[in-house]
Design a protein. Structure first.
Length: 202
């Protein structure tokens, strides 16, 4: 039998989980509305009032989650970067092997409108930074398996590989996906083979 204190703790935990779900649901609603507004009118023409109206929430609810539209842009990009990474993770690690590259390009292709809107509206530098942070640790771990010439220059090799790969992703999106995910993976493998041959699948 549960005593009163144990019962109260269980109820409090359930209420906390329900609150977390409501917060997550509200944030996802705001992100969705924000993306649609980005596509329709661009970042500069968006106001907090417009977001609140379209999402059918009051301004207080918006400010409970975000300090302003710039904060929303950054958190929205972070949210969709996490969605991309979660889709391509394997055993909690980001793999930059051929399969993962293809998955990344395929996911971006399916969700092209979302990521294109984020890249087109004051968000390219934030997008680049968030994605770089996601790739950096995996690249650092892989570099220790590379030839000593690369290991000794890890501080240069890490940003070279990460920025190169992310730059190609941004180019591909901004150009309207001129090549299929499979072709992009093949081209990148040729260019980055001296490095990506060390990114092995578990």
């Amino acid at each position: 039998m549960l005593n009163i204190q144990q019962s109260i703790k269980i109820v409090e935990k359930i209420q906390e989980l329900m609150m977390d779900r409501r917060i997550k649901k509200t944030q996802e609603l705001i992100y969705s509305v924000f993306i649609e507004l980005l596509k329709e009118s661009g970042f500069n023409k968006i106001s907090v009032g417009t977001i609140a109206e379209k999402a059918n929430i009051n301004r207080g609810t918006f400010y409970f989650h975000f300090s302003d539209k710039y904060d929303l842009l950054e958190k929205c990009i972070e949210y969709y970067i996490n969605e991309l990474i979660s889709h391509c993770k394997n055993n909690t690690e980001i793999k930059l092997d051929s399969n993962a590259m293809t998955q990344i390009f395929e996911y971006l292709k399916i969700n092209f409108d979302i990521y294109r809107a984020l890249l087109s509206n004051e968000g390219e530098s934030i997008f680049h930074k968030k994605l770089y942070n996601a790739f950096e640790e995996q690249i650092k771990r892989a570099i220790v398996k590379m030839p000593v010439e690369i290991i000794n220059n890890a501080e240069i090799a890490t940003p070279f590989i990460a920025n190169g790969f992310i730059g190609v992703i941004e180019w591909w999106m901004n150009k309207g996906m001129p090549y299929t995910p499979e072709v992009m993976t093949k081209k990148l493998n040729i260019i980055l083979y001296p490095y990506t041959q060390f990114f092995k699948v578990n």
